[in-house]
Design a protein around this ligand. Structure first.
Ligand code: NQM
Length: 352
């Protein structure tokens, strides 16, 4: 196959602490995955021949379309393009790229501006359907990206985007237990929007404050975590997770800076520079549910400490042991349009 002569319409955006390529679904052909690999520069750990930044956090794609659901304005499909392998997976969503979906939908004319603040109702279509409301600053009839909101994991301030999730999956403890022993380690398997395995740092011989590079350099630790993850995939009903990016693994320890808990999160093989959005919602639900591996008493506000700062999650739970449910959660993110134009994929075939 050769590259299309005219290029493909694409917007590059920072969404939260991640970066990705945003497309309208109508601008992508049916043989989408192979095309996305060539656009992003995969498989190549540096992704030097494409838009990807050589890390899972900067190798992401959002596909947006008008929604057929009367309760939503747009549908958001997230695709993780693995940098060093010819893999595009829809097994997870991404709450960071989600921050850019509202602005993108407004910029592409899918949602009209309604005063200083425009609410975009987004239907997340993978891995299962859920709804979220994004409140985007739109003074002067346009998306405002500039602002004063500082977000850990991103060095520069920008305009806030409030994301409100009116609920979570039916069953946030998919194994039916608050604690499971998997591959010899006590863990809490939770999914309040992102499947996460929560482990205590002390059980792994860690302090919990190690740097991402230090953790990624520990071969034995990575082997243990992968054994736990594969067992968790089966226990959480996700099947064989060898080639997918879920579940994530969050290693928790006591807060050091006045927050609720310290985290280091494998996503699942690289260590997150901060923490994912829905990953943070899952960790917040785990720490506020008595009986998990890391319960921390407190109210609806959870401050998660991570390698580059803190992440605040508002979470309202209906507590009930392993039957606990999320009533509502909310986070504040920022996003920024970096580039809008046409992207030319390399020619040839990325797979096979
Ligand atoms: O958990 C990284 C990110 C994410 C996902 C990952 C995310 C989320 O920071 O909702 O945002 O865990 O793969 O972009």
């Amino acid at each position: 196959m050769t590259a299309p002569a005219g290029g493909i319409r694409c917007m590059l955006m920072r969404g939260g602490s991640s970066k990705g390529a945003y497309f309208l679904a109508v601008d992508l052909p049916p043989e989408r995955d192979d095309l996305l690999l060539r656009i992003m520069g995969s498989p190549d750990e540096r992704q030097v021949d494409g838009l990807g930044g050589g890390h899972p956090l900067t190798s992401k794609v959002a596909v947006v379309a008008p929604s057929t659901d009367p309760g939503a304005d747009v549908d958001y499909l997230f695709l993780q393009v693995v940098p060093d392998r010819a893999v595009v997976t829809d097994a997870q969503t991404c709450g960071n790229l989600l921050a850019g979906v509202g602005p993108f939908a407004i910029e592409r004319g899918l949602v009209p501006v309604t005063g200083d603040l425009t609410t975009v109702r987004i239907r997340i279509v993978n891995p299962s359907v859920s709804l979220v409301e994004a409140r985007v600053r739109t003074p002067d009839g346009r998306v405002r990206y500039d602002g004063d909101t500082v977000m850990a994991g991103t060095p520069f301030p920008a305009a806030p985007i409030e994301l409100t999730f009116p609920g979570g999956p039916e069953k946030i403890f998919p194994t039916g237990n608050l604690v499971d022993e998997l591959a010899g380690v006590d863990v809490t398997c939770i999914n309040a929007g992102m499947p996460v395995v929560v482990l205590r740092a002390g059980d792994l011989g860690l302090e919990g404050t190690e740097t991402p590079a230090d953790l990624e350099g520990r071969r034995r630790l990575r082997e243990t975590l992968e054994a736990v993850r594969l067992a968790a995939g089966a226990a959480m009903g996700l099947g064989d997770v060898r080639d997918t990016t879920v579940p994530k693994l969050s290693i928790v320890s006591p807060a050091r800076h006045g927050g609720t808990v310290t985290t280091r999160t494998f996503i699942p093989h690289r260590v997150h520079a901060a923490i994912g959005v829905l990953g943070a919602v899952s960790v917040a639900a785990a720490v506020r549910t008595p009986g998990t591996v890391a319960p921390v008493e407190g109210g609806d506000e959870v401050r998660i400490e991570h390698p580059s700062g803190t992440f605040d999650v508002g979470i309202e739970l209906d507590l009930g042991g392993a039957a606990t449910r999320v009533r509502r959660s909310r986070v504040v993110r920022t996003a920024r349009k970096i580039f809008d134009g046409l992207v030319w994929p390399r020619s040839g075939k990325a797979t096979g």
